[in-house]
Design a protein around this ligand. Structure first.
Ligand SMILES: [Fe+2]
Ligand SMILES: [Fe+2]
Length: 208
């Protein structure tokens, strides 16, 4: 049953995404599922979120802005200068509208996979990290983050956010406040990871 769901999603994605983008999505999905199993999150949610995280990535900048305005998806006015970043929230909206995903935890992870946000769930963190360091990413830091993610997911999130910010600073790009919120929360406050309920409705740490 689950496999039929995944195959259906992959078939639909292949109609809009480039081969490279689809391959990336499959790798994110695979890593996210494995990390979810390892960290006792829900592997099904992680696999779906990984598959769908970039489902709107085929859209151009104007299309993303128009889509947000038409659907009344709220966005920071600064995003008008960097509309590519809207592909997170737009992918979340499309996951719901086009792919029939109604799981709020999955939609949250898709929506914040690029920037992070304040109060990230375990699933949010897994998708953020998996997107950054899936096996196809060849820059050296990706390998380090990938290794770290198995032992210390919070540290992997910190490394991911740091890597993103270093790139932005190096290229004189603006840093979206959501990245800073996520960074500050993880680095300064040491706020514990908020755990999602998972598809089974079980809380992290509870018996089956
Ligand atoms: Fe993305
Ligand atoms: Fe991605």
């Amino acid at each position: 049953m689950d496999n039929a769901i995944f195959q259906n999603i992959i078939r639909k994605l292949s109609e809009t995404l480039s081969v490279q983008r689809l391959q990336h999505s499959l790798r994110v999905s695979e890593l996210a599922e494995a990390l979810a199993s390892h960290h006792r999150a829900d592997p099904f949610q992680a696999r779906i979120a990984g598959l769908l995280h970039d489902c709107a990535r085929f859209m151009g900048e104007k299309e993303l802005l128009d889509y947000c305005r038409e659907r009344k998806i709220a966005f920071d006015p600064n995003m008008e200068k960097i509309p590519g970043l809207l592909h997170g929230p737009v992918s979340a909206c499309m996951a719901q509208e086009v792919y029939g995903c109604s799981d709020p935890e999955v939609l949250s992870a898709i929506g914040c996979h690029t920037l992070g946000k304040s109060g990230m769930s375990l699933l949010d963190q897994i998708i953020l990290v998996s997107d950054y360091c899936e096996i196809g990413k060849k820059f050296s830091e990706a390998g380090h983050v990938r290794q770290t993610a198995w032992n210390d997911l919070t540290l992997a999130v910190i490394k991911t956010l740091k890597g993103k910010m270093i790139w932005l600073l190096t290229h004189d790009k603006q840093i979206h406040p959501d990245v800073l919120f996520a960074w500050n929360e993880h680095v300064i406050s040491g706020k514990p990871v908020s755990r999602g309920m998972g598809r089974s409705g079980r809380k992290e740490g509870e018996g089956s």
